[in-house]
Design a protein around this ligand. Structure first.
Ligand code: DGY
Length: 319
């Protein structure tokens, strides 16, 4: 019987899919498996269902000769050495689409949260500082009717864009490839190059994948282009932003604020960011809803089951 390893507890429905095709072992502890400990677990397995915090390195792939498929439970797959997987004939799959709405919702929570200073204001109340209405208490910025810049108008960027209609926003987007005109019209989104988007938008949100080209897509020079009253939101991957440069811009008040769900050296955060009020910091929870996590696990499990039974994976990753 084929052996499948799962690096975290998953829903029963996903587990049942895996159990229908093989013998399943689940890592039940909270501690994240990586390095030698992960290799020890998967070296004689045919399949592994990973989370985005399990790093499948070249070393692991070289030493897991039976491995046929890695079902990554995440749309991002920068935790897996794709070139090495290809070299070793291991199929890698991810979980696109099922997390679009959860991530777009969280992006909007961050846009509104940073604009209206929700976290700061909540802390103020909890600290017993609220002594009554005051005319200048926690003045924020309007979101309705402003200009939204979306970097990466893929699946999640599109879900964010659709929600902007309710806020009557002017949407600019920047993408590696411009979308067909009909799609632009349907979304009411205007293509802009990155410089223009950064110069003109009030809220700039990143939804691009992490790869060699997108590393530090938003660096010091790009931050310098942003307006002093603009905000940066990142729910994609941390290394797209030069976090040290972002910290310096926030500290110096060169931009109004930022809201981050992901970090350049996760889980480490650039020293100093924690001290600033004009930033919201979340612990990578973009897809963290009950429904979404169950759907992600099910899709990862179906991908694995398909490969192990000789069928095509539903959502394979290609380099
Ligand atoms: C993803 O799917 O890539 C998310 O970041 C994990 O929740």
């Amino acid at each position: 019987m084929v052996k499948i390893f799962v690096t975290s507890k998953i829903s029963d429905s996903a587990l049942n899919i895996l159990k229908s095709v093989g013998e399943v072992e689940v890592w039940e502890k909270e501690e994240t498996l990586n390095g030698q400990a992960l290799l020890d677990k998967i070296q004689d397995h045919d399949a592994v269902l990973t989370m985005v915090n399990n790093f499948i390195t070249d070393d692991i792939l070289q030493n897991a000769p039976k491995l046929k498929v890695i079902g990554n439970c995440g749309v991002g797959y920068n935790n897996i050495d794709i070139a090495s997987a290809e070299k070793h004939g291991v199929i890698v799959t991810n979980t696109p689409d099922v997390l679009n709405d959860a991530t777009a919702d969280l992006t909007w929570a961050l846009i509104l949260g940073i604009a209206r200073r929700i976290v700061e204001a909540d802390k103020f109340v909890r600290e017993g500082k609220f002594t009554g209405w005051l005319p200048h208490l926690f003045i924020g910025n309007l979101v309705y009717g402003k200009k939204l810049g979306i970097i990466g108008l893929g699946r999640i960027g599109t879900a964010v864009c659709e929600r902007a209609k309710g806020f009557n926003m002017d949407v600019y987007y920047y993408n590696r490839n411009r979308l067909p005109i009909e799609k632009e019209q349907a979304l009411n989104a205007t293509y802009a190059d990155l410089d223009r988007l950064l110069r003109e938008c009030d809220y700039i949100t990143i939804h691009a994948p992490l790869n060699e080209e997108s590393h530090h897509l938003i660096g010091r020079d790009e931050l310098n282009l942003m307006k002093q009253d603009a905000y940066l939101i990142n729910t994609s991957r941390g290394p797209l932003v030069d976090e040290q440069a972002l910290y310096e811009h926030l500290k110096a008040g060169k931009i109004a604020g930022a809201a981050l769900d992901v970090y350049e050296h996760e889980p480490k955060i650039v020293e100093g960011l924690l001290e600033l009020d004009n930033v919201i910091l979340l612990p990578h929870i973009g897809s963290a809803t009950l429904e979404t996590r169950a759907q992600m696990a099910e899709l990862a499990a179906k991908n694995i089951a398909n490969v192990l039974t000789g069928k095509e994976p539903i959502t394979p990753v290609t380099k």
